[in-house]
Design a protein around this ligand. Structure first.
Ligand code: SF4
Length: 490
């Protein structure tokens, strides 16, 4: 018996007996020593609000048409990732793995990469393979580029030059000890452009976007806004039609690829773009910086368009680069959001809100809650950010707030602060459920990952229409928790 939990009988546990009552190890709750509460004082991260670096590179690859990530590492590095994709999007994700075992850990992953790439090309005929490294392959010191050269050479010998030319390769180095999924996406954005983009010297009308960890619904909202602006645009890493596909009968051919995703040619033409916007500075900003430096394409990273001001900034910037007027329909949508905010200001005004999540989501959402008259109290940025803290400080100064910002901290520290100074609302992801229940404060889910609700991946929170939805989520949560039933209509 461990911790007084009954041993599992040989015949297994019946459904009736599934609930096991656990008893605490000590009769009383022992609070942690105060000096160990700030994450910076600890050698360990407790309850991180992030996931590992290859995940971001795999996410980006799955937004490319007929592309498969090949993960140079152990199977576990892809198993939980596929599980996360299934939980968040409720769609299958095709991800290949080099299947490292003890021999690869000792002798390196050369053999695994060469054989793995060959099998992938033979069986799946992808148009692009991203080689995504992991902690183990980076620590061993795998020379990925030379392994890949050898794999391509052998592939040409065996299958001919046409097959070799039909597949593009992009190497993304993602040792997880050097950053989180946010940096993984950021590196993928840079490496895809670095490897594929070309310039003919003839500028096109196309405006490019790197969305970051936006959900399919958000990407569709972005397309809707650009259509209203009558702008010619391309979205890189477009997961809207690869990780959210219609069910139109079972795929009757293997390999099966969803119809959507950014085409390889669109990456190639990025060097001639009229402009590029990274809509998540921490997840994609490196791609914008590289494209501007290499091809002089005007590129900038702007705060994710959540809320009025952030969306205004995007619309104005696009109108300026595309030299298009701002359409009346866009102004109308903006007006509807303002109306919704005015209608509900008495519910949101002066409500204290704690935020948690990826830097790009948190920075943008802080601006929105300030616009709603709310007071941000404790803000956890789950991944160390170069820009989010400054963005948050700037917007909070404008509204006269002074929240505690925990940049690159963990949920242990954030939750401790919340227990001692309980907010009215929490804005966070599905991993904030426990603290929300413990302190009995409503949780408004947004950002990544949201896996305990259905349909959230299709509901936009960006743009003016997305703002309406996020506002409705916030207000409805406040109504549920803070108002008696007979007062909710007032
Ligand atoms: S942290 Fe490293 S070893 Fe663990 S799953 Fe991620 S890449 Fe693999």
């Amino acid at each position: 018996m461990i911790n007084n939990v009954k041993e599992i009988p040989i015949e297994g546990i019946t459904y009736k007996n599934l609930k096991i009552e656990k008893e605490p190890l000590t009769p009383e709750y022992t609070p942690p020593p105060p000096e160990l509460i700030p994450a910076k004082n600890r050698a360990v991260c407790i309850d991180p609000s992030r996931t590992c670096m290859p995940f971001g590179a795999m996410w980006a690859t799955l937004g490319v048409h007929r592309a498969i990530p090949f993960v140079q590492g152990a199977q576990g590095c892809t198993t939980y990732v596929r599980y996360t994709f299934s939980r968040v999007f409720r769609e299958p994700a095709t991800i290949a793995n080099a299947s490292f075992h003890e021999d690869a850990a000792v002798f390196g992953g050369r053999k695994n990469l060469i054989r793995g790439v060959r099998n992938l090309v033979c069986r799946y005929q992808p148009e692009l393979i991203s080689i995504v490294t992991t902690c183990s392959s980076e620590v061993i010191g795998d020379d990925i580029n030379s392994f890949l050269d050898e794999a391509i050479e052998l592939m040409e010998e065996e299958m001919g030059p046409e097959v070799r030319d039909a597949v593009k390769f992009v190497v993304v180095n993602t040792p997880s000890f050097a950053g989180s999924h946010v940096e993984g996406y950021n590196r993928a954005a840079r490496e895809f452009l670095k490897t594929l983009a070309k310039s003919t010297g003839q500028s096109t009308e196309d405006i490019y976007f790197i969305p970051g960890f936006m959900m399919p619904g958000d990407i569709r909202e972005l397309k809707h806004m650009m259509d209203l602006m009558d702008v010619s645009y391309r979205i890189l890493f477009d997961i809207s039609d690869t990780l959210d596909c219609p069910l139109v009968g079972m795929p009757n051919r293997i390999p099966y690829y969803p119809p959507g995703g950014t085409k390889v040619e669109e990456f190639v033409r990025a060097g001639d773009a009229r402009g590029l916007f990274a809509l998540s500075p921490d997840a994609g900003g490196a791609g914008a910086t590289w494209l501007e430096r290499r091809f002089k394409v005007p590129s900038r990273a702007i705060t994710m368009p959540i809320g009025v001001k952030n969306t205004d900034n995007l619309i104005k910037a696009v109108a300026e680069v595309a030299e298009r007027p701002i359409s009346e329909k866009i102004r109308w949508e903006r007006g509807i959001l303002l109306d919704a905010m005015a209608d509900t200001l008495h519910y949101t005004m002066s409500k204290r809100v704690a935020l948690c999540g990826d830097p790009d989501f948190v920075a943008a959402a802080t601006g929105f809650v300030c616009e709603l008259g709310m007071i941000p109290t404790y803000i956890l940025i789950g991944t160390k950010s170069r820009t989010a803290e400054a963005t948050i400080r700037e917007v909070c100064e404008e509204y006269g707030h002074n929240p505690v910002i925990m940049n690159d901290s963990d949920q242990f520290e954030w939750e401790y602060a919340l227990k001692n100074d309980i907010p009215d609302v929490i804005l966070g992801h599905s991993r904030c459920v426990n603290i929300s229940r413990e302190i009995q404060v409503p949780l408004v889910r947004y950002g990544f990952p949201v896996y305990d609700r259905v349909g959230f991946q299709r509901e936009p929170i960006i743009g003016y229409r997305g703002g309406e939805r996020l506002l409705a989520r916030i207000v409805n949560a406040i109504l549920d928790y803070h108002y008696p039933d007979d007062r909710t209509h007032q």
